[in-house]
Design a protein around this ligand. Structure first.
Ligand code: SF4
Length: 209
């Protein structure tokens, strides 16, 4: 179990799975660079968060709900948490996370959602077997089952994330296709560091001059 002082933002899981260096730049060096993708994502989340609360007969919805797990050492907010009324009168939490793009090949969105589910289980002393990811580009909701494997991946990732932040060391750049959509590319200079191309050539390629 982690202490309150050890808690890290749930969103850092996704940064870590995308690129450990990006995660360290944000969460160790406290840097943030906005690009079109991060701006679109921020606007989407802001729209979701101002919705407040909704209630129907068999479903209650809470927006921007505070979440915390001492087991994972994570804290954050859930975009949307639905509570579904079961036949035994129990309200079953069902987290929904909004994403601007399309479903990804890797599990990073599912891991972030699973961390929310584990936090809800801990806070409400209940089980959370299912949740969903809503993708803005596809306008489609993808149901996610919190399997044993996904829970293990989430716990392992949280542990690795804590190890990275505790080390206080920013890993070297990766210099692969991830960098093309990364808002840090201009500061990180992955090609200069990894492929040892000169700064002049790097700038030439970047600016296509
Ligand atoms: S530019 Fe590449 S190496 Fe640098 S933080 Fe982004 S993804 Fe990681």
């Amino acid at each position: 179990m982690y202490l309150e002082d050890d808690l890290i933002m749930i969103s850092a899981l996704q940064h870590y799975l995308f690129c450990p260096r990006q995660c360290a730049l944000i969460h160790i060096e406290q840097q943030w660079v906005e690009n079109i993708y991060t701006a679109e994502g921020r606007v989407l989340h802001e729209r979701v968060h101002i919705a407040g609360k909704e209630s129907r007969r068999k479903i209650k919805i809470e927006f921007d709900l505070p979440l915390r797990s001492l087991e994972l050492g994570l804290i954050g907010r859930g975009d949307v948490v639905e509570f579904h009324l079961l036949e035994d009168g129990h309200w079953q939490p069902f987290p929904v996370e909004y994403k601007r793009g399309r479903p990804k090949k890797d599990n990073c969105d599912k891991v972030q959602l699973c961390a929310q589910a584990i936090a809800l289980e801990e806070m409400r002393d209940t089980e959370v077997p299912l949740g969903a990811l809503y993708y803005g580009k596809k306008k489609r909701r993808l149901e996610v089952a919190f399997s044993k494997e996904l829970r293990k991946e989430t716990k392992d990732t949280a542990q690795e994330l804590h190890n990275l932040l505790r080390s206080g060391k920013t890993p070297p750049p990766v210099a692969d296709e991830r960098c093309e959509n990364c808002s840090f590319i201009a500061d990180c200079l992955p090609d200069v560091v990894c492929k040892k191309v000169g700064v002049a050539k790097y700038l030439h390629d970047m600016l296509r001059i």
